[in-house]
Design a protein around this ligand. Sequence first.
Ligand code: 5AD
Ligand code: SF4
Length: 461
Amino acid sequence: MEAETTVQDGGARAGGDKKVFVKTYGCQMNVYDSQRMTDALAQEGYAPTQVIEEADLVLLNTCHIREKAAEKVYSELGRIRDLKAARAEAGRETVIGVTGCVAQAEGREIIRRAPAVDLVVGPQTYHRLPDVLARVRGGGKVVETDYAIEDKFAHLPAQKAAQVARRGVTAFLTVQEGCDKFCTFCVVPYTRGSETSRSVAQIVAEAERLAEAGVREVTLLGQNVNAWHGEGPDGSEWGLGRLLFRLAEIPGLARLRYTTSHPRDMDDELIEAHRDLPSLMPYLHLPVQSGSDRILKAMNRRHKAADYLRLIERIRAARADIAMSGDFIVGFPGETDADFEATMEMVRQVGYASAFSFKYSPRPGTPGAEMDGHVDEAVKDERLQRLQALIVEQQHAFTVSMAGRTMSTLIEKPGRRAGQRVGRSPWLQPVIVDEKAGGIGEIIEVRITGTGQNSLFAEPA
Ligand code: 5AD
Ligand code: SF4
């Protein structure tokens, strides 16, 4: 999970006579899921579109992590209802679907609050989407929110080379889904279900397909990605570290990343992967949420602040240039000024290249929501502002420290200005270069000549 993104997956309109518009909220796994759903729907004759007015099928792939995310969905559904009515007057039918974590959490309630919605499908049953659509066409509303017993990935069509190529030279690959950690603030164990790992064979095959289609950088995804485990071809139990060593052997795959990790699941082999694999990028998103032992306990994080700091020391000893990223929650029930100061102190000690911070938002059905000592909104606001000011300062210092350095850059896409291209640094920063520096998909050495807010300006080294 990550900061909120809103991505619309559209592009070439091949084949089908019907069109689907997908709007994605939330984390990178939702971005990946939207792509896989789009691919499954292509087989049903739906071509992706970015123009909502021309869509016969509108899907909102939703996020439930914080309050605002769900509210945004309901207000969007209001607009789409009007669109559906306008299209109906012109004699065109529109099917409206809600997928993702709000779908899982709210189920039939969505159709009660927004009767224009025709289908509600949770994250574990995307492979049943074609069947659900057929049932909707037969008349009626469909809600599919059970945790499927069958493996959805085995039933979803494999991405085609052309589809992969259209999406660019970086790609996501879900290796693990769900969570058994039950942090007391978090809805994920309820929306994504319990921890499951995809098999080594499935993951390697998908990574090879991506590489063959021209992908150079793959980000492995999981709500708890470093809890991934599976049986290797040798019959032994593999962890994420071992999997990364295997993926690093795939020709063409020059860069690997993974997100999001839990501090409890950073094992020795994963740290060794950071030490030994040049293709494993030196950037790690390792949320800690709070710097106070009391709050960590109330959150059920099952480690102390000092454990986290020691872990980072070990990771930095293995890979000196690794940059850290994190997530923080302020105003968890019972958080005192002293607890919050401990979080500020933690941020100062770690020194983040980037971090996301959020005000605690009680999620229905989670233990946190039932706890005593909910913190005043005004206090949360004030703490969030202070924390974000510190993080912005650290981010800025990190960006500025890049000036004059030489680094590898993966050229990703044309820049906003003519004659420019945008690449990606090992630390996820956009790198602006002249288009003559290299073609899309090439990895080149550059020297940083200037820095912007977050982006870097560079010339070939
Ligand atoms: N309130 C506020 N922030 C939350 N997060 C998860 N649940 C909540 C909540 N109830 C944050 C955590 C997590 C990130 C994806 O979202 O920091 O790491
Ligand atoms: Fe949520 Fe905790 Fe699971 Fe992360 S590890 S998804 S924060 S329950």
